[in-house]
Design a protein around this ligand. Sequence first.
Ligand code: AMP
Ligand code: GLY
Length: 434
Amino acid sequence: MSGSSPGSSVRSKASVLVLGSGAREHALGLALSPHTLTFLPGNEGTRALGRNIPGDPTDVPLVLRIAAEIKPDLVIVGPEAPLCAGVVDALRAAGVVAFGPTQDCARLEGSKAFMKEFCKRHGVPTAGFRVFDDAEQAKAYIRAEDRALVVKADGLCAGKGVVVAHDAEEALAAVESMMVARAFGAAGARVVIEDVLPGEEASYHVLVSRGDVLALAPAQDHKRALDGDRGPNTGGMGAYAPAPIVTPDVRERVTKEIVEPVVRGLREDGLDFRGVLFVGLMIEEGVPRVLEFNVRFGDPETSVVLPLIDGDVYELLTAVANGTLGNATAGTREGSCVTVVIAAEGYPGSPAKGDEIKGLEKKLPEGGYVLHAGTARGGEGGDAIVTAGGRVLAVGARAPTFAEARTRAYEVVECIQFRGMHFRKDIGYRALKS
Ligand code: AMP
Ligand code: GLY
């Protein structure tokens, strides 16, 4: 794909509607500015890039009304819930160009059982599994196996529906909580019980558009709340790319053994996927297996993956949405990105809200960025920026080397202050070791 070369006329501005409100959507906004941007609902960071419209992006009639009003050239769907609610189906039916899979394709994330059956059908390597609709049968299986197992609620649970149980007792408790007490509502009516896969995880994003694919820089995130991968699971406390665990050899295997069979399988199943497939990988001694699929960009991975795209992000995502990715070329830039999530007191439990965030106006080191996630306007005069969610900011930097990116990312962290803030001090420690 051609970028704008010196002397070429400046491309006219496009209008883009971005659905979602996290650091992911702020990162998408940064990659898409200087186009005309509208966010539903966005956050205090995206407000500086365009217009925020309040509302729920899973409210499909609302999204259609906004699209009819602003007539966007492209709609980008950030989170999984609107995709699973069929927002792309509705937009396409209304003639709107939308980046993201349709509802039938979104089941790759929205139903763990569907995902596992898909992998089995098409020979995609993943953990062995059983699916249960009945709690007693699930418990009988766990008692008979009497070993470590992973219990997953079938439906969407905002990242909370997975229990890696170290023994039968923990697995039984997970089934009781999901299937009987319905901790996640209807999402837990069915469970998948999987074998535990050993290894190291990586986040592998591939743009998929009909039969065409384009892999982005492999990333790694840090799901546990505390340094050294201890403490409770979170949505992600930081990320970096490229991740050295995904060696050229592993990448080759992922392409041949995972991405190609997936794309073939989608075609065989009559599924027209146009969006980003986030393959959650477990890599054991160079052998990649699939832990999960997400049908959207990762958060915070987006903040480290997008800046490494060597190409025009708007044109690329539009090509994916239109099914013309085959004509596009984009490479990966040199250098590394590191992002550190700054969380509110109490996260990932009940986060404190309303604390004023200081230091947002400070000059950042070269390549530095501050992305908003859980922020709002508030404070005494009502115009301070205050905390409004668990993951408050995702800050970081792009630099020529991983070590520089990491140093600068933590320099950006130093700029920020709010009561109760916490963050991991070891983001990227695996890359430092290698
Ligand atoms: P998921 O939402 O399926 O990615 O699961 C959340 C987290 O649980 C993953 O990022 C892994 O850390 C862990 N996990 C899920 N499935 C397995 C598995 N089969 N073996 C080991 N860990 C797993
Ligand atoms: N950071 C993991 C995710 O977005 O699911």
